[in-house]
Design a protein around this ligand. Structure first.
Ligand code: NAP
Length: 389
């Protein structure tokens, strides 16, 4: 398998740029001046023919939005970056390759992640895997599951050191993990819940149980139109302990991804001829806007002093931030409010657990739209161009 040599200024097609991941990607590409060294063409599945968006720093090659479903137009690109979603990948990727396209496909969706000719990209953690694949002519670069990527950016050092015997995680995942419409729906629900009890809240003498009763009644009365994005369940003031498809074996697809993707990112498992590390999760959607958090339990292969673990986390990559296991540091640094919109991946609550010295507890949080989605995609573009080694 081989790709054609890359043009000095490659033609890059961007699909899905107005969605949640796509918007963050555009912002990051502007900040990092990624547009300087590419010729950009914007594609849309809904508004082809309209003017291309004006994005800071981006001199568009084509001023018109091209049709994201037009294989002939896509074929003229050297590199395609798509944040359009899984249905788009399912519909377009195969016909495009069948039409002879040999360019680089960089994708935020899950569809191709586990394919043998695709690499899950998270270069601060798996650059050796990416480099080996590049040298072999692989050209499918897929962003990982957001929770997995954020987790590995925080505690990847333990995996790299071969210390993990197994890991269990309980996640707390924000509405934005579902996309732009899900965030809007959550806020509208919060507004409706507030409006329901505003008069009572304005009266300091009103009974809290009456407020609580009215909020619960309103949650139960939301219409299907008000709850379309989380399958009829209101997320405002609520939580949903199931994310993505039901695999029929008591686990959700999101939970399966935790084990399958972590191993693939680390270059472990049957694809690489090595045993997998057992990883299991319970994935929960919560009513926050942005950032996925997770409580992690590790069984390590040996008793490693906490000071050494702290050093490993601090030294692994510039974005992992060790948070001392103290109340104030935790309350101020290990929250969605603190992390949203930043590249930092704080790791805190690091302590040995009651089960024994090999058992380690940690809590980590990351902006899943950055390291969990957009950032690995834009970095892969720069890796292909030889700008990140
Ligand atoms: P999204 O916000 O729903 O956007 C996807 C597409 O939906 C847009 O490109 C746009 O396409 C269309 N769209 C429909 N209504 C929209 C609205 N009100 N505002 C903006 N766009 C709207 O989805 P996403 O969260 O970015 O996810 C894209 C892909 O990334 C998915 O495969 C997802 O699984 C994956 N991913 C998401 C996250 C995350 O945290 N959200 C993390 C990792 C990976 P048109 O312009 O063509 O209409």
């Amino acid at each position: 398998m081989s790709q054609p040599a890359l043009q000095p200024v490659p033609r890059v097609g961007l699909v899905g740029w107005r969605g949640m991941v796509g918007s963050v990607l555009m912002q990051r590409m502007s900040e990092e001046r990624d547009f300087d060294a590419i010729e950009t063409t914007f594609f849309s599945t809904s508004t082809a023919g309209k003017p291309a968006p004006k994005i800071t720093g981006c001199k568009v090659f084509d001023p018109i939005l091209r049709d994201g479903n037009d294989v002939n137009a896509l074929k003229t690109m050297d590199i395609i970056i798509t944040c359009q979603g899984g249905d788009y990948t399912k519909a377009i990727y195969k016909p495009l390759r069948e039409a002879g396209w040999k360019g680089h496909w960089i994708d935020a969706s899950k569809i191709l992640r586990m394919d043998d000719d695709a690499i899950i990209i998270l270069d601060p953690i798996n650059m050796p895997v990416i480099k080996t694949a590049l040298s072999k002519g692989i050209s499918n670069w897929i962003g990982g599951n957001c929770t997995v990527s954020c987790m590995l950016m925080g505690v990847g050092a333990l995996y790299k050191a071969g210390l993990v015997e197994w890991m269990q995680t309980s996640t707390y995942q924000a509405a934005s993990g579902g996309g732009a419409p899900n965030m809007r729906e959550l806020l509208v629900q919060y507004g409706a819940l507030y409006a329901e009890v505003k008069d009572l809240l304005d009266d300091p003498a009103s009974a809290i149980l009456e407020i609580d009763r009215k909020v619960t009644a309103k949650q139960r009365a939301f219409t299907p139109e008000e709850t379309t994005n989380f399958r009829g369940i209101p997320l405002g003031g609520n939580l949903i302990p199931w994310i993505d498809a039901d695999r029929g074996d008591g686990t959700s697809l999101e939970e399966w991804k935790g084990g399958a993707e972590t191993n693939k990112i680390m270059g472990l498992g049957s694809m690489f001829g090595t045993p997998e590390i057992p990883i299991d999760s319970t994935c929960v959607r919560i009513g926050s806007m942005r950032c996925h958090s997770q409580s992690l339990t590790f069984k390590l292969k040996k008793d490693v002093p906490l000071a050494d673990i702290e050093d490993m986390i601090k030294n692994d990559n510039p974005w992992a931030k060790f948070v001392p296991n103290e109340r104030v540091a935790t309350e101020t640094q290990l929250t969605a409010k603190n992390v949203a919109g930043t590249m930092n991946i704080p790791v805190g609550r690091v302590r040995k657990l009651a089960m024994g010295p090999e058992y380690l507890g940690t809590f980590t949080i990351g902006d899943q739209l950055l390291w969990g989605a957009a950032e690995p995609l834009r970095r892969m573009l720069r890796i292909i161009q030889g700008d990140i080694a």
